[in-house]
Write a protein that binds this ligand. Structure first.
Ligand code: ZN
Ligand code: ZN
Ligand code: FE
Length: 764
């Protein structure tokens, strides 16, 4: 007896080799039928014996033979009439309506099969730096427009040779419909040039060997990769790394590292099963790993932090370079200060001429720049710190479909934006800080591009409440749109709800640097009840006055004096605190000016920012006086916190209004500092104080409201020491904790929360 069944499969099933894998499976099971892509995924019709179909169903459901990049979300199965004379199983190039589909995939690191082939001397892609297949290679970074066909990618310039084309057209080949397929004969090529663009080497193996030799000699190279250029330098060479800092004018921010193998990484950093899995995943992100003591990495690579950001080689070119090159390379994004990553050859030559000694370039154009993603382990979970290459543009799916297309414009710092269509929330790659004009132009272009790829025409715009945000003003400038302005900290909490598909209300704990509050104050340590429909602020860090507007987030002397002024009352005199304040700011006149500002309320803002409290405490204990990059001081404070300390500073929570008061802690910190307590102990006690306070705060709110789920978000929760202890404390109180895992906890996650709120509100 013949039966025929139709399987409608959704998820990540297009462009990942799903159809060829199914084709092979059908042949093995002696099934006939057809498979084709359509707008929502893939439709499979299979015909054969009931047992064979049963087997097919089982295999699809347990995912055993699926290609590595495929992810099935749903399978709808329907029995349909059998066809009489069907003889074979076929892959149809397009659906019944003849329409190609629009699913766009993230870029993926080179797979083991391709890598093995690349090192096979008899293979026609022997040592070819652009080897790829349906399971690996560039995607998002090379797509100009949909449908995802070679003609619409930057591979359009390369005509496939016969050998490549044969593989491309063979359904049982792992390069079947792999759009970027290429080889030594027909594909892109690498060159090594000097800083003027003059070619030094153009023969592939000489390019990599010469480049590696230069790296070993301490030279700085610009290397074009998948999502853009990196600046590469030997990570064991302190002089070279320092030179790179000097030329890049980047004094402090840690550089990312790249190695060829886990074995190499293990020499310098502590790994676990979980982090090794991440390092070797197809997404191949930068993973933040605890430094090993006395690691032989140039000290200037990552000063003042407890971790190294390591990634493994992910492009075939990286592997070839490492065949000759140093064991570990600094591989930092090639950009000028915080401008967009450089991805075009001529732009690289123009802008990096003063930084790089030579350029490893290629002639496959990068259409979209995509930064390396950054991942860390927090409270035993894998959480994204920067969600870009390898993850974008994979949508985050929601239960309820958005009735209209939505654009959420995000926050101004660490901007990402988010689009919503049906059940998909599509969070963009890392864009940057919008106040830079070039970043802003890039932002506008990126919105247009991503909307195009997903065929989205926004009718609703979600944006922040901040009247001075560039992203808000952009939203307000759009004509004929429904605008929803969404409070910053609610959006943070909503980003957690969105990614966990959590429809019911939660207690939210939100801690960050700054966000515009509904009362016009600068919020930054908030307790709320929230769902995607609304939120209510039920507590906050007791306001303190912060002098000096924007500079207050850079110069720690401002929050330091502000918090001492609050903690010691009207009698506070900076002269009595010279031992604490002068190391932070030697100009004592400035102390008096700040005090005057506070006393007279001139150019001060009311704030509940916890980020600034971190800045102040870090400065008070002597870890520096400036944030040269975002959260430099808080990161330094976290890095030194002693693991084995359980002591904790005092705090108060007012019973009626749930105000959190950290004045006792500030007074005790001064006391400990003056009594010569180790800075690592002070830091630990401060972190423990916050973990205890926030847990007790949430617990009180939970008892009052009957809610048991606690969502935590905000940039402060990129701090692993604090978050780990807070999560444990909350769980010990019987509460259920939800964290940001896919969307970053910092302002890069805001857009997701905005989009989720807007989508939800439209359904009410
Ligand atoms: Zn491959
Ligand atoms: Zn070829
Ligand atoms: Fe924020």
């Amino acid at each position: 007896m013949l039966i025929r069944k139709q399987f409608i499969i959704t998820g990540q099933v297009q462009g990942v080799g799903f159809r060829p894998a199914t084709y092979k499976l059908a042949k093995k099971l002696k099934l006939t039928g057809r498979i084709y892509n359509h707008a929502q995924g893939v439709t499979l019709q299979a015909q054969g014996s009931p047992e064979a179909l049963k087997n097919l169903e089982a295999v699809l459901k347990n995912g055993a033979v699926l290609p590595p990049l495929a992810k099935i979300k749903t399978i709808k199965i329907l029995e349909i009439p059998a066809l009489k004379d069907e003889a074979a199983f076929t892959i149809d190039p397009s659906d019944q309506a003849g329409q190609k589909t629009s699913q766009v995939l993230p870029d993926t690191s080179v797979c083991a099969d391709c890598l093995a082939e690349m090192y096979q001397p008899k293979d026609f892609r022997y040592l070819y730096p652009f080897i790829n297949c349906t399971n690996c290679g560039p995607r998002y970074s090379i797509i100009k427009t949909i449908p995802y066909d070679r003609a619409n990618t930057t591979m359009a310039d390369f005509r496939m040779c016969q050998k490549c084309s044969k593989q491309y057209n063979n359904p049982s080949d792992r390069r079947f419909h792999a759009q970027p397929v290429a080889c030594t004969n027909c594909g892109p090529k690498i060159t090594l040039t000097d800083k003027t663009g003059k070619i030094i080497q153009s023969q592939s193996d000489k390019v990599v060997s010469t480049a590696a030799k230069m790296l070993k000699a301490g030279k700085i190279l610009a290397v074009k990769g998948i999502g853009g250029f990196h600046l590469a330098v030997d990570a064991s060479n302190e002089t070279a790394v320092r030179q790179l800092r000097l030329r890049k004018k980047r004094d402090h921010k840690p550089f990312a590292l790249m190695a060829r193998s886990l074995k190499a990484i293990r020499k310098y950093a502590q790994t676990t099963e979980k982090t090794e899995e991440l390092l070797t995943s197809p997404q191949s992100p930068i993973v933040l790993l605890p430094k090993k003591p006395k690691a032989q990495i140039a000290p200037s690579t990552a000063p003042g932090v407890g971790t190294f950001g390591f990634m493994l080689c992910y492009a075939p070119l990286h592997f070839l370079l490492f065949d000759y090159g140093p064991e570990v390379l600094v591989m930092t994004s090639a950009n000028i200060s915080d401008q967009p990553l450089i991805c075009k050859n001529d732009e690289a030559l123009e802008k990096l001429a003063d930084i790089a000694d030579a350029f490893v370039m290629h002639n496959r154009e990068i259409f979209r720049q995509v930064d390396d993603s950054i991942v860390h382990i927090i409270a035993d979970h894998t959480a994204l710190r920067r969600r870009s290459r390898g993850y974008v543009p994979e949508p985050i799916f929601t239960q309820i479909a958005a009735p209209k297309h939505i654009l959420a414009t995000g926050a101004d710092m660490k901007n990402t934006f988010c689009l919503a269509k049906n059940n998909q929330l599509i969070l963009s790659e890392h864009i940057g800080d919008l106040e830079d004009a070039e970043v802003y132009r890039h932002y506008l272009a990126s919105i247009a591009h991503l909307a195009g790829l997903f065929e989205i025409e926004p009718q609703v715009i979600a944006c922040d409440l901040h009247p001075a945000y560039i992203s808000t003003n952009y939203a307000l400038s759009l004509k004929n749109m429904e605008i929803m302005r969404i409070q910053h900290h609610w959006a943070h909490i909503a980003s957690v709800l969105a990614e966990h598909n959590h429809p019911s209300p939660v207690i939210g704990i939100e801690c960050d640097g700054t966000g515009y509050g509904t009362d016009g104050a600068v919020w930054g340590c908030e307790l709320m009840t929230a769902d995607l429909a609304d939120f209510q602020r039920i507590g906050h860090l007791a306001y303190y006055d912060l002098p000096g507007g924007d500079t207050a987030s850079k110069e720690a002397i401002r929050p330091a004096i502000a918090l001492l002024f609050q903690a010691f009352g009207d009698d506070f005199n900076p002269l009595d605190f010279a031992d604490i304040l002068e190391p932070i700011e030697s100009d004592t006149k400035k102390h008096q000016i700040i005090l005057k500002q506070l006393q007279n309320g001139i150019n001060t803002v009311k704030t509940s920012s916890l980020g600034r409290v971190f800045d102040a405490v870090a400065a008070i204990v002597g870890l520096g006086s400036q944030n040269n990059f975002e959260a430099q001081l808080p990161i330094a404070l976290e890095a030194i916190a002693a693991e084995d300390i359980r002591d904790c500073y005092d705090f108060q929570i007012t019973a009626d209004s749930l105000l959190l008061d950290l004045r006792p802690a500030i007074r005790q910190i001064i006391h400990d500092k003056r009594n010569g307590l180790e800075v690592s102990d002070i830091s630990a006690k401060f972190h423990n104080c916050l973990a205890t306070a926030l847990a007790q705060w949430a617990h009180t709110a939970a008892k009052r409201t009957g809610l048991k789920d606690i969502a935590i978000s905000g940039g402060v929760f990129c701090n692993r020491y604090l978050t780990n202890r807070l999560v444990t404390a909350l769980q010990n109180k019987g509460l259920n904790v939800l964290l940001n895992l896919q969307a970053p906890a910092n302002d890069s996650g805001i857009a997701l929360g905005q989009a989720a709120i807007a989508a939800h509100r439209l359904t009410l």
